[in-house]
Design a protein around this ligand. Structure first.
Ligand SMILES: NC(=O)c1ccc[n+]([C@@H]2O[C@H](COP(=O)([O-])OP(=O)(O)OC[C@H]3O[C@@H](n4cnc5c(N)ncnc54)[C@H](OP(=O)(O)O)[C@@H]3O)[C@@H](O)[C@H]2O)c1
Length: 282
């Protein structure tokens, strides 16, 4: 990561920050709801916003960022390329459309949202296009999402692990995704845990409630702290400023080894994001 000095070239519209470990998700949020959620998150101190082409909210996310007054250089903005745009001749035009909607010259991170369904588009073709987008200054970093162990291995073989900022995958207490986690850790590939609250299901889990009570906090914060303590980035979403603020405090919560072990025992392979074009999961 380069440091900016008075005479050094600057990248005016891309952050020089590493990916903040706690970001704000925006899946399902549309229209004024997402504008309000992103503005509220930014005012509370979130500096990492996660969107995607398929969420249909990039324009509203861009509006919220612009209206928030948050300095661009402090923000880390991720978008994801939808499966129909993975071909070599489509990816960059689609990313340019995303940038126009987001009102940004560059995003900080561009992910392949899902591996090409059925392997229709060769991974090399998509990764080459992403690297070209990076070379053109349209994205500062590139990465993966919903990649299995075999697919991560292929990506690493093609471009090297240092080129891949993350694999964003579903991880929460009920789907601990251990094969993906173990492989990524062994390779030194950062994982981003999506649906870290199991879309709200963590709130009613008795073990999480018990641990939260002991720490005078909530199951949501316990679930996030459990992920952060394992070295994952987390991107919970919330439309409520009080929940957004509470989720931010998870960074300060320290769980004991016993707490961690009790949560590890909650794994039940419960996958929430499983569309019919999903890869053959590990
Ligand atoms: N790469 C992918 O394929 C993929 C797939 C899915 C998701 N994602 C990303 O991951 C992000 C997070 O996943 P998600 O939004 O599906 O689910 P999530 O973050 O696990 O859960 C969001 C739900 O939890 C509630 N919530 C949030 N904080 C809370 C708190 N402190 N107390 C109680 N309830 C709380 C929210 O309700 P309120 O609004 O009422 O607070 C909302 O209903 C997405 O927004 C998206 O950016 C990526």
């Amino acid at each position: 990561m380069s440091t900016t000095t008075a005479n050094a070239p600057t990248t005016p519209n891309a952050s020089s920050l590493p990916m903040p470990v706690l970001g704000l998700g925006t899946f399902r949020l549309k229209g004024q709801t997402v504008i309000d959620a992103v503005k509220s998150g930014l005012s509370l101190g979130y500096r990492h916003i996660d969107t995607a082409q398929i969420y249909g909210n990039e324009a509203e996310v861009g509006q919220a960022i612009a209206e928030s007054g948050a300095p661009r250089a402090e923000l880390f903005v991720t978008t994801k390329i939808w499966t129909e745009q993975l071909a070599g001749d489509r990816l960059i035009p689609s990313l340019r459309e995303s940038l126009a909607k987001l009102r940004l010259e560059a995003v900080d991170l561009t992910l392949i949202h899902w591996p090409s369904p059925g392997g229709t588009v060769p991974l090399k073709e998509t990764l080459d296009a992403l690297r070209e987008a990076k070379r053109l200054g349209l994205t500062r970093a590139i990465g993966l999402s919903n990649f299995t162990v075999a697919q991560m291995r292929e990506a690493i073989e093609l471009v090297g692990v240092a080129e891949l900022a993350t694999n964003q995958v579903e991880i929460h207490p009920f789907l601990q995704n251990r094969q993906v986690v173990d492989f990524a850790k062994a390779q030194g590939l950062t994982l981003t845990a999506y649906m870290p609250l199991a879309y709200g299901k963590v709130m009613t889990e008795p073990v999480l409630i018990d641990i939260a009570t002991r720490h005078d906090t909530t199951p949501a914060q316990v679930a996030l702290a459990w992920l952060l303590q394992q070295g994952f980035t987390v991107i919970p979403s919330s439309t409520k400023p009080s929940n957004q603020a509470a989720n931010l405090t998870a960074k300060a919560l320290r769980l004991s080894d016993e707490d961690m072990a009790r949560i590890a025992a909650l794994d039940r392979g419960e996958r929430l994001a499983n569309p019919d074009f999903a890869p053959a999961w590990d």
